[in-house]
Write a protein that binds this ligand. Sequence first.
Ligand code: PHE
Length: 367
Amino acid sequence: MADIEQLARDARAELEAATTVAELDAAKVRHLGKSGPLVLLLGDIRNLPPEDRGHVGKEGNVARRQLEEYVAARGAELADAELDAQVARDVVDMTLPARAVPQGTLHLLTQTRRLLEDIFLGMGYAVIDAPEVESEWYGFSALNTPVGHPARNPTDTFYIEGHDANAGANDDALILRTQTSTAQLRTMQLTKPPLYVVHPGRVYRRDDIDATHSDMFHQMEALAVDEGLTLAHLKGTMEQFLGTLFGGKLEIRLRTHFFPFTEPSVEADVQCFNCMGSGRAPEGDAQGEGASDKCRVCRGEGWIEIMGAGMVDPNVFEAVGYDADRVSGFAFGIGIDRVAMLRHDFPDLRHLFQNDLRFVRQFPGRP
Ligand code: PHE
């Protein structure tokens, strides 16, 4: 008959020889696992002579329990030691600087919009908001733009619903606004004069997309309504605004034009800030291959066409219930995308909308 004491001693010696959790586990499997000698013996008790069964069972089970207790205690000890060793190895230097988290920047268009807003806030204007989806009434009729005007044509304007080619105009039909001038009506309906506001926002036109055209772009509208405002106030405001925007004291030139909602209407040119009006490339100006000595910003004109403007038409005042005999006003609209292109000297509008990071990252504006 196997000597239980001997089996237990052998097992104990091997368990004690283990110096790692893995070695201890292996020794445990060998001696206390299904085919460990002591375990096999205990499993086989019914085949022993009856007089041996009692003491073999008793001593065997005591020995097995002691071995198991030893494994549990020693296992915890070894695991603790291994953890301590690992913690000692994996030293964390709390004084190292943290890895920088990449931070986004404001898009150039946002920066440009904020700059325009700031200039007008400095002149006492308020910045207002207005819808991009408008009815034909706001988009055209109330802006003195009658049925039959080409801008109302669905080939020029995106209609959303309610347009019926056979029924003619429907003032309730929904469009994507083609100009921020709709904000003039919205503001005047909400506020009594005097008012001085600007509204930057998106506008939509059915244009083919190329370097200078997009079916969505941005404008900023300015509207001033007060007693006694004249074209001279418009020009003075433009001088202040454009001088701040492009740097320096720049001449403004007004050319007669037509807009349905202003009378008189003008197109405003600003003296070229690159050649200061000479039309010739400034000394040292980067010109690129095959370029002439003409200023590349104004293409030799000396002037940059910059915005449409005019005195608010009395019919517009009437549409919103303002008294055209008491107040007068001026308005103008400027392309925000175009301002960004001029100020930062890039020739293709599409850069602003394609979100190529190689472009976007060149203008790191912080929030
Ligand atoms: N809305 C006009 C345009 O988009 C510009 C404009 C604004 C003209 C205000 C006159 C007054 O071309």
